[in-house]
Design a protein around this ligand. Structure first.
Ligand code: ZN
Length: 474
């Protein structure tokens, strides 16, 4: 804990940004000076920035929708960037995403540097872009960020609610870094902030040295998954094991209320499709869908998960964004009428028919590394969705994508309910044989699907099966 005096102590004004590399064993303590603050934050491995904070892995590994004391923040490589060792707030937001120049201007008006100097209306996206640029990173490297001190809760029907002034003056959260980490941060308002005027709330931060992680460490023993995450860090640093075994905490119930979500049948007949392809489990499908065409994905035998990414064909670095899609419709579930948005805010496609009623975009894809955290360290070589995507981008260099461009996906046919107290469940049984979802492309898009090979999760009844993909002309 931060028992030692702070080695560095500084206040950042609201609406500003900064970055630093924090060494393993450093504690970063954030203090909300005046109440109602927001700190947007992203995390990277400075020796390989392709390894970055992964929101879905962080949430699903700990069956949580919020962050608080005990939680660990995971990279896509199954490692822990930092642990939340102190928290007086109780709920920090993980899915609200970021403000942009356009969203700030729409809410509070634009005040340029020319007219307002440093009282300009800075936004979260530009802040990250500037800080990322200092390390040779750019928009391809941005991902779903954490919003410290902010709360967005979810109702049974998926509706998202922002809680104004959630954090009080003097509230604090402390992060202990478990590996060297590049931290980008800004103090711009949460994108759902409802303040009548542009919020400019200062945040103080303190850096100190942590005690070594003890065998009974709260975060390490918070969940069995975190114990395995610390084991992945131990392999990374190649250190002797700490005494003790993984805690045998009971998993929360996976029961979910029966799904009462609207469905809509398609007017199209499969016979009219201009393209049909069966995709076996464990394989990928990479294809372009033209503006105006309609893409149908069929869960052929039921209970399958289609892990799907979308890219704008005119600018493949503008890609499907889970947080922008959820926040702009103020709902975490995808169903008929949902516009699927890119990180720029542009609409890529819109769901126009759906016989399932709900699709997930919180749980992310399975990966060999997250499997070690979620299930067992020995699962690391089992086939996983991200391997299929990596093979796809490796076999198709003409599309211009790499691991940098693999971000948070949609899980068609999956149900991942969020509870009111901020829990996350993995429920089964929303889909069935022959059920499908259809979406119309609002622009030319690349579609990259991994038909999930997961054998450790009830999402596909432990039995991965084929999907079929159809394309219809307008
Ligand atoms: Zn998968």
């Amino acid at each position: 804990m931060a028992s030692e005096a702070a080695l560095y102590d500084e206040e950042l004004a609201g609406g500003t940004h900064w970055s630093f590399v924090l060494r393993r064993g450093t504690i970063l303590r954030l203090i909300d000076v005046a109440g109602g603050a927001n700190v947007g934050m992203l995390f990277y491995n400075p020796s390989n920035p392709l390894e970055r904070y992964n929101m879905p892995d962080t949430l699903k590994c700990q069956h949580t929708f919020k962050l608080t004391r005990g939680n660990c923040l995971y990279s896509d490589m199954g490692r822990i960037f930092c642990s939340v060792v102190e928290d007086s707030v109780g709920w920090h937001d993980t899915v609200g995403g970021n403000s942009t120049r356009a969203s700030v201007a729409a809410r509070w008006g634009h005040r340029s540097y020319q007219e307002a100097r440093n009282e300009r209306t800075q936004n979260g996206h530009d802040s990250f872009l500037v800080e990322a640029g200092k390390y040779g990173l750019g928009r391809r490297d941005l991902a779903a960020n954490v919003n410290w001190f902010s709360k967005v809760s979810v109702a049974d029907d998926g509706a998202m609610t922002f809680h104004p002034n959630h954090s009080k003056p003097g509230d604090a959260v402390a992060l202990r870094f478990e590996m060297d980490t590049l931290v980008l941060l800004h103090t711009c308002a949460h994108p759902l902030d409802t303040s009548p005027t542009y919020p400019r709330r200062p945040v103080r931060y303190q850096l100190s040295q942590a005690e070594p992680v003890a065998p009974d460490d709260y975060c390490r023993n918070f969940r069995p998954e975190n114990w395995r995450g610390f084991e992945n860090n131990r392999l990374y640093h190649l250190e002797p094991p700490l005494p003790g075994a993984a805690p045998a905490l009971p998993r929360p119930s996976e029961d979910a209320p029966p799904l009462d979500a609207p469905t809509l049948e398609s007017a199209r007949s499969a016979d009219d499709a201009v393209y049909r392809q069966v995709v076996p489990a464990g394989e990928y499908w990479l294809h372009q869908v033209r503006q105006g065409q309609t893409l149908r994905i069929v869960d052929v035998e039921g209970n399958q998960a289609a892990d799907t990414l979308f890219y704008a064909a005119d600018d493949p670095f503008d890609r499907y964004s889970a947080v922008d899609t959820m926040r702009e419709q103020r709902n975490v579930y995808l169903s008929v009428g949902t516009p699927l948005r890119a990180s720029s805010g542009r609409i890529l496609l819109e769901i126009v028919a759906d016989t399932v009623g709900r699709h997930d975009t919180l749980g992310g894809a399975c990966a060999t590394e997250s499997n070690t955290v979620r299930y067992a360290l020995e699962k690391k070589t089992m086939h996983a969705c991200r391997d299929s995507w990596l093979l796809a981008v490796g076999e198709h260099p003409e599309v211009g994508l790499t691991k940098r461009d693999i971000a948070h996906n949609i899980n068609f046919f999956m149900n991942v309910p969020v509870t009111e107290d901020g829990g996350l469940k993995f429920a089964d049984g929303v889909s069935g044989p022959g059920k499908y979802v259809e979406m119309r492309a609002a622009m030319d898009v690349w579609v990259l699907i991994s038909n999930c090979p997961q054998l450790n999760n009830p999402c596909n009844a432990y039995n991965p099966t084929p999907i079929e993909v159809l394309i219809f002309d307008s």
